[in-house]
Design a protein. Structure first.
Length: 307
């Protein structure tokens, strides 16, 4: 991973100027001077943990990445909320997972549950994607939320909820077969997209037997159902069951996955060792999650820092 773009935020002088621009003008300098030491410390620790994880083996890699993520997210929290942390309750993880693991253990069937207090629910509010206390997410569902896992999921015949699209000249091209899977007409499809998000709006440009072409006003990635992988492919999430939990933002998805992965490697080494055997396809997904997170997660945080 390349942290060169972060270097300016490790220096207290330049980081202070950065925070001044982020905070309310009336008290920006006071808040920046108060928070800059903690901000740069979180930055340095997060970067160090990611660098160490890159050189470590599977026994410690997920643990190092999780706490590296936590440090970068704390820096981001200080950037977006100068009063962080408002209470000690925010310092908790904000997630739990079943203590007793079923045998044989299946990673995709394991789950996390959102707590009332803690860092995860705090971040979900901060990112304008509140998640109710008690909400449960299967780890397989979390994997399905990540656009960078779509190709390997298809190859392994795992369930995926994304359709690959083409995007050019502010137009999106979708397979018409998508309407058959959703069991709705084109007008309802466009209305569904627009009802979910008002930042970028869609209008029908053309419809053929094979393709739907939509015009898009605004940044399509501001819509919560559109994702782009690191290779530049655009995906649309669809819910055909009407019961599936909608995808979390990528940054929260990684948080949830690495909370579980780090807890397994730390507290249940026998299970963690089994996950790295080559007898199940889960191993390939987990390796892909870890590999992708090392490059994608710092980029997600950096984008939100400079947004």
């Amino acid at each position: 991973m390349d942290f060169s773009a972060y270097e300016i935020l490790k220096n207290e002088s330049t980081a202070r100027d950065f925070l001044i621009k982020k905070y309310p003008e009336s008290e920006a300098k006071t808040l920046a001077y108060r928070n800059v030491h903690a901000f740069t410390s979180y930055m340095k620790q997060g970067m160090a943990l990611f660098h160490t994880a890159e050189k470590s083996d599977y026994w410690s890699q997920s643990l190092l990445l999780y706490y590296g993520m936590m440090s970068l997210l704390k820096a981001l929290a200080l950037c977006l909320d100068p009063g962080y942390p408002q209470s000690t309750a925010v310092l908790q993880h904000g997630l739990t997972s079943p203590k007793r693991k079923k045998e044989p253990y299946r990673f995709f069937h394991d789950e996390i549950r959102v707590q009332k207090d803690g860092f995860f629910p705090y971040l979900s509010q901060l990112f304008h994607h509140p998640v109710a206390a008690g909400e449960r997410f299967k780890l397989g569902s979390l994997c399905s939320f990540l656009p960078d896992l779509q190709e390997i999921s298809v190859l392994l015949k795992q369930k995926t909820y994304y359709w690959e699209l083409a995007f050019t000249n502010e137009k999106i091209i979708c397979p018409t077969a998508l309407l058959d899977q959703l069991c709705i007409p084109i007008e309802a499809f466009v209305n569904r997209l627009n009802k979910k998000n008002h930042v970028c709006l869609f209008t029908l440009d053309s419809l053929t037997e094979q393709y739907i072409t939509l015009k898009c006003s605004g940044d399509v990635l501001q819509h919560p159902w559109f994702r782009k992988c690191k290779r530049g492919k655009l995906y649309l999430w669809i819910n055909t069951t009407h019961t599936l939990v909608e995808p979390l933002p990528e940054i929260l998805t990684y948080y949830g996955l690495f909370f579980s992965l780090s807890m397994l490697s730390r507290y249940d080494p026998p299970v963690w060792r089994e996950l790295y055997s080559d007898t199940e396809k889960e191993q390939l997904i987990i390796q892909q999650v870890i590999s992708t997170a090392q490059h994608t997660f710092p980029s997600l945080v950096f984008h939100l820092l400079w947004k």
